[in-house]
Design a protein around this ligand. Structure first.
Ligand code: SF4
Ligand code: SF4
Length: 350
């Protein structure tokens, strides 16, 4: 049977009412989040200067709905691997509060799931073509209820960023993010190395040692796990960003599938507002590349992402950047191939 995708159009209603309409019609789906259950709401506050992200007042509408059911919602994100205020939980939380994601405005706590330095994670076995183990926050395998809120945007590598990216990349630990971005081994930028010893201690295969007062990575011993990148607080472990975009997309899909296979009850809500060419990790506010359309939601992640894509880019693939990027199509095709979800869906326009 085709999965259902609910679509609440923005026409003739405010954004807040658009979400209220959606939640009203999804009452049966939301009833799976029961009294006493911890419901993790995954979302991102975006870069300091980004304004396109999902706003706290919208999140609060969902939080209050869940609380009325007796559930215990909390909003969470993980730390990122690139330099900026979301690289550690202290700066990340301060940024979130500055942008209005306070417990008062959300109606629930905002939590950084992989800890202060992004090292509170564990390794879980997986068996995919590219990824044989996933590195994820320690609550994976314990948390049973998940709602993913995603702001639809373009993306410099994946072309299109929606729920799959929010889960596959956004719910990986910092080491897991590194593994998805690159199969290359990291190297030390000695100018930044303070020889704190963290990478030497954390390397699982003892590939890091001290050479001439700086850390040094033996690339023959290194297995590319990313733990040294996660623990370095001095930006001294360099990340190789260059990777085949289709392999990158496949790894991200594999991570999404690996993570979601450990969570029982799931809902994916995509917000089709303020759609920009770059994602919310990029500073500033780009011009919009599509008209606001509304909100789509499904318990099937692939159906939710494909439906949002079809609504925005049915006539012209605005995410391909003049045909240069095809990784979003690989997300869809490979996602269905490995059983992440369904591309064929039934649209329920509200
Ligand atoms: S963690 Fe960073 S600063 Fe510390 S020794 Fe390793 S590379 Fe140098
Ligand atoms: S990537 Fe992993 S294996 Fe390689 S040096 Fe860093 S911690 Fe060690």
């Amino acid at each position: 049977m085709k999965p259902e995708v609910y679509f609440s159009s923005i026409k003739e209603q405010s954004r807040n009412d658009c979400l209220r309409t959606l939640l009203k019609h999804m009452d049966a789906v939301l009833s799976q989040f029961q009294k006493g259950s911890f419901v993790g709401i995954k979302m991102t506050v975006g870069d300091k200067r980004n304004t396109g992200h999902i706003k706290p007042e919208l999140v609060k509408i969902l939080v209050e709905n869940l609380k009325r059911r007796g559930a215990k919602p909390f909003v969470f994100d993980t730390n990122v691997i690139y330099r900026g205020q979301r690289q550690n939980a202290v700066d990340h939380l301060n940024l979130a509060y500055q942008k209005g994601f306070t417990p008062e405005k959300l109606g629930c706590p905002y939590i950084i799931a992989d800890g202060i330095f992004g090292t509170d994670s564990k390794t879980v076995r997986a068996d995919f073509r590219n990824i044989k183990e996933i590195r994820v926050p320690s609550f994976i395998g314990v948390l049973e209820d998940l709602i993913v809120l995603s702001h639809i945007t373009g993306h410099i590598m994946t072309g299109y960023a929606a729920s799959i990216k929010n889960v596959g990349m956004g719910m990986a630990s910092r080491a897991g993010k590194q593994v998805q971005h690159s199969s290359m081994k990291p190297v030390i930028n000695v100018a930044n190395c303070a020889l704190c010893g963290c990478c030497i201690e954390s390397c699982p295969v003892s590939a890091v040692s001290e050479v001439s007062g700086k850390a040094f990575i033996n690339s023959k011993a290194c297995i590319g796990c990313g733990e040294c990148i996660a623990c370095c607080k001095f930006d001294a472990v360099q990340i190789h960003w260059h990777e085949d975009e289709n392999i990158f997309a496949e790894r991200m899909v594999e991570y999404a599938q690996g993570i979601l296979s450990h969570i029982r009850r799931k809902l994916f809500i995509n917000f089709l507002f303020d759609i920009t060419e770059e994602c919310d990790c990029i500073a500033g506010s780009d011009p919009k590349i599509a008209e606001d359309a509304g909100i789509v939601a499904s318990t099937d992640i692939l159906a939710a992402d494909k439906a949002a894509f079809d609504i925005i880019a049915k006539k012209a693939d605005i995410f391909s950047r003049d045909g240069k990027i095809k990784a979003h199509r690989r997300q869809f095709g490979y996602g269905e191939e490995i059983g992440l979800g369904h591309l064929d869906y039934g649209l329920k326009a509200l």
